[in-house]
Design a protein around this ligand. Structure first.
Ligand SMILES: [Zn+2]
Length: 306
């Protein structure tokens, strides 16, 4: 994609700004007492304006600073533009208390399903851990396209995600596309809905070609199936309402996922009997406990069952 020199210059300013911001103590959005989220946003946005202004002057950039800020989607909410850190996990404990209505679509061509495959694994607890995305079937080499217009924040290789791309959108949402075989975009690149971000694959911690697709807001994961009907390949609605409950449901699922259950082996127990009793399978028990199907069980041994 062709980028004008001005956009490139602005991208450079934002990278420098991100580095500066990393040294500044940032404030969260919405405290424990449920203060108004927007009040804090204004404070941070003012701080951000000063930072960008300083960077812009430092590199001799001309033009209107407020104009340049508008190039970073959701800058007033995040106050950072980090092209290396996939998500800021420290931020995930900061819950919002206000209801926010995000506009997802205004026209027919401002959104797209990242790939056409069916769902092979939903968002939610999986094998005792949280699965923060939607797994969509594809063949290696199939195009993976951008869900909404925005700017590429991350395009890198990660041990878990493999080749991964994260795009920041104008409403503050971020979408993540993982396990790609090839990335075709770079950080700072402006993308439209339906633009090819890369090719599907099986890189990172992945067993079989698929797309791991995540949706996040201020680094907090949201079930993509609340926004998309993946089987039909379309958006569920033109707007999406975010509130405290959106993240509370996710937190509850995470707690449930983390509550591991164990079976203490008694005389006469077999793996298949334990599997039946706990509603699981012998291969799953073997995987969870790192044992083979022929393992002789010891009385009193603890077998993890979920
Ligand atoms: Zn996944």
């Amino acid at each position: 994609m062709h980028l004008s020199p001005r956009v490139l210059l602005l991208s450079a300013a934002f990278l420098a700004w991100g580095a500066l911001r990393a040294q500044v103590d940032t404030t969260g959005y919405g405290g424990p007492d449920g203060e108004d989220i927007f009040e804090e946003l204004v404070t941070d946005a003012e701080e951000a304006t000063v930072e960008v202004s300083r960077v812009a002057r430092a590199i001799g950039m001309l033009g209107d600073v407020n104009d340049s800020l508008s190039v970073i989607p959701g800058y007033d909410m995040y106050c950072h533009w980090n092209t290396d850190l996939i998500f800021d996990r420290a931020r995930t404990s900061r819950f919002m208390h206000d209801t926010l209505c995000l506009v997802l679509s205004e026209t027919d061509d401002d959104h797209a399903m990242p790939c056409t495959g069916h769902v092979t694994s939903p968002f939610g607890p999986r094998r005792g851990r949280m699965h923060y995305g939607l797994d969509l079937k594809l063949r290696t080499g199939d195009p993976v396209v951008c869900a909404f217009p925005g700017v590429v924040r991350i395009s890198k290789y990660n041990r878990s995600f493999g080749h991964v791309v994260v795009v920041r959108h104008h409403n503050g949402l971020e979408t993540l596309y993982a396990h790609l075989s090839k990335r075709l975009v770079t950080p700072g690149q402006v993308v439209a809905a339906g633009d090819t971000l890369g090719k599907g694959g099986n890189t990172g911690r992945s067993y079989g070609s698929h797309l791991h697709f995540e949706v996040r807001f201020l680094d907090q994961p949201i079930d993509p199936s609340l926004l998309f009907d993946a089987e039909q390949g379309r958006l569920k609605a033109k707007t999406f309402e975010l509130n405290k409950g959106t993240f509370e449901a996710m937190a509850a699922a995470k707690v449930a996922a983390g509550s591991r259950k164990f079976h203490v082996v008694r005389p006469g127990d077999t793996l298949s009997a334990i599997a039946r009793r706990h509603g699981t399978s012998v291969p799953m028990l073997c995987r969870l406990n790192g044992i083979s199907q022929h393992r002789v069980l010891q009385i009193g041994q603890r077998i993890r069952t979920n």
